[in-house]
Ligand binder design. Structure first.
Ligand code: SAH
Length: 348
């Protein structure tokens, strides 16, 4: 059975028509699902009981079980660990900024990209999430916090471009007028650099912000951190990003996690500046969040600022990512991993 929250309004209309329902009814149902975020079909109070029963027979209705909520003591960040219907765990983060509330969602359970510094990928990929499961992370957080979400970043667990069709469905449902109606400009999708998918994404006509996880100034160093670099060169990635800018007029964000002694010295800052000169985008420096399974250390503050200064001097737009929820296992996949290990009795 397909999930009712996976359906576009047009699909729902066609399917409800087959059940003998007028077109306006599907809009009513759709709004209950995506604008009012009901937790069950029975909460659709102006829909007849007989139609509600038919919907329950015909469709699945995705819900996520809240397993754990960690609240940061440093800022107001909250991290949610959810359980899916098939007993898997995913995590999402809620962040409050001056300009609005932001939710970071997972797109897959685990990940198969194998980036060396990332906790999400240590046990590989379990499965991709459906559009409904991606949406439900935001809907459930909205229900719990009682606050409106204005920004969504697909930067949690998983590689969104490895779950392309569901990603597109998710973005379209999230940004549609009858749903949460979040502006596509306020949605960011981060990828490790699956080049053909970046190009396909550019052709979708969705003005979403794209982030490319770069993390190194040349292919050799990138290969040591990210296996995907064996499939696509940095040059190919940057050409795809240029194409993305050309099509969407959205500046690309280049993510660069600083790892002490690995990619953070002055020569590397120079090399990165040369690499990015003339490309429309800006660099987002992220001090790496060390995971216990790997020996990577974060660069110290003075090194981070020195790296930033070099880029700035070379005319590259650069910001240091404000770290949110560092005290609550803020980086991808860390909370899920901790939970599974604790459940299995593995000590930290
Ligand atoms: N798979 C996608 C999105 C998920 S990760 C991607 O690769 O972009 C979101 C960002 O956090 C990526 O730039 C990723 O490389 C980075 N990241 C993952 N683990 C990290 C860690 N431990 N410390 C710092 N950044 C990390």
């Amino acid at each position: 059975m397909d999930d009712i929250k996976n359906k576009y309004l047009s699909e729902l209309s066609d399917e409800l028509k087959e059940l003998g329902e007028p077109a306006f009814r599907s809009k009513q149902v759709f709004k209950w699902l995506h604008e009012k975020n009901v937790k069950s079909i029975d909460e659709m109070s102006d829909i007849s009981k007989s139609l509600r029963e038919k919907l329950k027979e015909k469709y699945d209705f995705c819900t996520l079980n809240v397993v754990r909520v960690s609240e940061s003591k440093i800022d107001s960040t909250k991290k949610f660990l959810f359980e899916t219907h098939d007993g898997n765990y995913i995590e999402s983060v809620w962040m409050q900024y001056k300009h609005g509330n932001s939710v970071c969602i997972s797109s897959q359970i685990g990940c198969r990209m194998g980036c060396r510094f990332c906790a999400s990928t240590l046990d590989g990929l379990v499965r991709s999430l459906t559009a409904a499961e991606m949406l439900e992370q935001i809907y459930e957080i909205t229900r719990i916090t009682g606050e409106r979400v204005s920004n969504v970043v697909v930067m949690g667990m998983g590689e969104p471009m490895d779950n392309y069709d569901n990603l597109i469905r998710f973005v379209k449902l999230l940004t549609c007028e009858e749903g949460l109606n979040i502006s596509a400009r306020n949605v960011t999708v981060s990828t490790c650099g699956i080049v053909p998918k970046i190009r396909e994404f550019a052709n979708e006509g969705l003005p979403v912000t794209l982030a490319l996880s770069l993390h190194a100034p040349n292919d050799e160093k990138r290969k040591a951190l990210m296996p995907i670099a064996n499939s696509f060169t940095i040059k190919e990635c940057l050409e795809a990003c240029d194409y993305y800018f050309e099509k969407t007029k959205r500046r690309v964000s280049f993510e660069y996690s600083l790892v002490s002694g690995v990619n953070d010295n002055d020569e590397e800052a120079e090399e990165l500046s040369k690499l990015l000169k003339g490309h429309n985008g800006h660099v987002n420096l992220i001090p790496v969040n060390p995971i216990k399974e790997r020996d990577y250390k974060r660069s110290d503050k003075s090194r981070i600022y020195a790296f930033q200064n070099r880029l700035e001097k070379n005319g590259i737009n650069v910001t240091i990512r404000r770290e949110m929820g560092r005290d609550i296992d803020g980086a991808c996949g860390q909370l899920r991993r901790k939970h599974t290990e604790e459940s299995a009795g593995v000590s930290k």
